[in-house]
Design a protein around this ligand. Structure first.
Ligand SMILES: [Zn+2]
Length: 451
């Protein structure tokens, strides 16, 4: 059976045919680094990590790009709230702090590192060139406070806009997520470049000192790193409109075909409500990992289909923990007994086949997990359970118990505290030679086995 995915762009389940097999090019929108990551971020990250592991297990080679939005109004707002004389330095510090923290959280979740993790601030000259191209094409225009994308102009040329979110222009006018912007000609237009106030972070451009709009960051970085057309663009359901619709509009405006398949994971609510700090139901990845290991979170997330909405409660996470303990208990039990898989067990063979059928059918992880639960009660099933569980990303937790590695981590943290960067860099190299990727967080070294 071919691998099939539901493409948000067409609304249909389609056969997955990579542009240049065995290469698969995938861009997944990353985080805006102005606060700690919550478990909603973790769900999306685990979904795309599982997708990648499955494609790789199917013989494909995935080039996975995950960006970091390190310049944004929210980052500047946070820096403003934190005070300090220099807003530019403050915004940079906020972005650096939360980049370190999210990378550490993602490493603790046992996620494969992306092939590249571009930061928006590293691509500003390329974004400026992209915007210049759109102006030349006649689908963007400079206004008094920045540069805007002319939505109706693109719609006029193509006969449509809003393919991804399936909205008509009139409908959009009603729901318009209107950016503040005095210089725009039409409420539907969105900012490609925003002029900065003197104290705000800014870069020089033909339209004055300013910063890029959020949507242009992703279109520029994805096409620069993966080409004008690539296989998969992913992200959370909340990104479909306006972010992904506008990424697509910009690419089409520049004559680029862009992503073939758009995949979106459903949103995560907490106790039936949207997560928000004001409701007091904001659960960070760090908090969840204090209660349960990464594999339990993975079990919880994969128990729902990636496209479905999902509700988080601590009780459900405890249930996932019990299911996971049943697996590990069974594996330990069979190991102690020394019982390997019988040579030809038709149940194990059949379950392995059902597992792949489920994964090939739009990444049906609830079905795949049901296969693993079956193996966890079947005599001789532990070998297959381990093998298929690893394919889904289980049993490879980031915690390291190797005493030599632990010792180096302690030494390195000590060196960093003393600002002895020669020693800390030397240990980083040493760990890299031992096959570990080092992630820096505030004052703490986190390592992950290189895969
Ligand atoms: Zn994006």
């Amino acid at each position: 059976m071919p691998i099939r995915f539901t493409n948000t762009l067409t609304g249909r389940k389609e056969d997955f045919l990579p542009l240049k097999p065995p290469q698969v090019t995938m861009y997944v929108c990353g985080v805006t680094v102005y606060d700690d990551c919550h478990i909603g971020h973790a769900r999306g990250a685990v979904v795309f990590d599982t997708l990648r592991r499955f494609l790789e297990a199917s013989g494909l080679k995935v080039r996975h790009i995950r960006n970091v939005t390190d310049v944004d109004d929210k980052i500047i707002d946070r820096a403003r709230k934190e005070g300090g004389d220099d807003l530019k330095a403050g915004a940079r510090a906020v972005a650096e702090r939360y980049t370190g923290r999210f990378q550490a959280d993602f490493a603790r979740l046992g996620l494969l590192p992306p092939s590249a993790e571009p930061k928006a601030t590293e691509f500003i000259p390329k974004m400026i060139r992209f915007i210049e191209g759109l102006i030349r094409e006649g689908v963007a225009y400079p206004g008094s406070d920045g540069v805007y994308f002319a939505v109706r102009e693109l719609a006029r040329r193509r006969g449509k806009y809003g393919d991804l979110s399936r909205q008509k222009l009139d409908q959009m006018m009603e729901n318009a997520h209107v950016d503040a912007g005095a210089g725009k000609k039409d409420p539907l237009d969105f900012a490609l470049w925003k002029k900065a106030k003197p104290e705000e972070p800014s870069w020089p451009s033909p339209w004055g000192e300013g910063r890029p709009g959020w949507h242009i960051e992703c279109t520029t970085m994805s096409t620069d790193l993966l080409g004008d057309e690539f296989d998969i663009h992913g992200g959370g359901q909340d990104l479909v409109f306006p972010h992904h619709e506008n990424e697509l509009a910009q690419a089409l405006g520049a004559g680029k075909p862009f992503a073939k398949i758009w995949l979106h994971n459903g949103l995560l609510t907490v106790n039936g409500q949207k997560m928000s700090k004001s409701l007091g139901n904001f659960v960070t990845i760090e908090e969840a990992l204090k209660k349960h290991p990464a594999d339990v979170l993975r079990m919880f997330f994969l128990s729902a289909h990636y496209r479905s909405p999902m509700d988080f409660t601590w009780e459900r996470l405890d249930e996932a923990a019990r299911a996971y303990e049943r697996w590990t208990g069974f594996i330990a039990h069979e190991k102690a007994k020394g019982s390997g898989a019988p040579a030809a067990d038709s149940y194990i063979g059949e379950t392995g086949k059902n597992f792949f059928d489920a994964m090939e059918d739009d990444l049906n992880t609830p079905e795949a997990l049901a296969c693993l639960h079956g193996l966890a009660g079947h005599p001789g099933g532990s070998g297959k359970l381990l093998e298929l569980g690893r394919l889904l990303g289980f049993f490879q937790s980031a915690e390291k118990t190797d005493p030599a590695v632990e010792k180096l981590i302690t030494e390195r943290d000590e060196a960093r505290r003393k600002k002895d960067f020669t020693t800390s860099d030397r240990i980083r190299k040493q760990l890299a030679e031992m096959g570990y990727v080092v992630e820096d967080t505030t004052g703490k070294t986190v390592v992950r086995e290189r895969v």
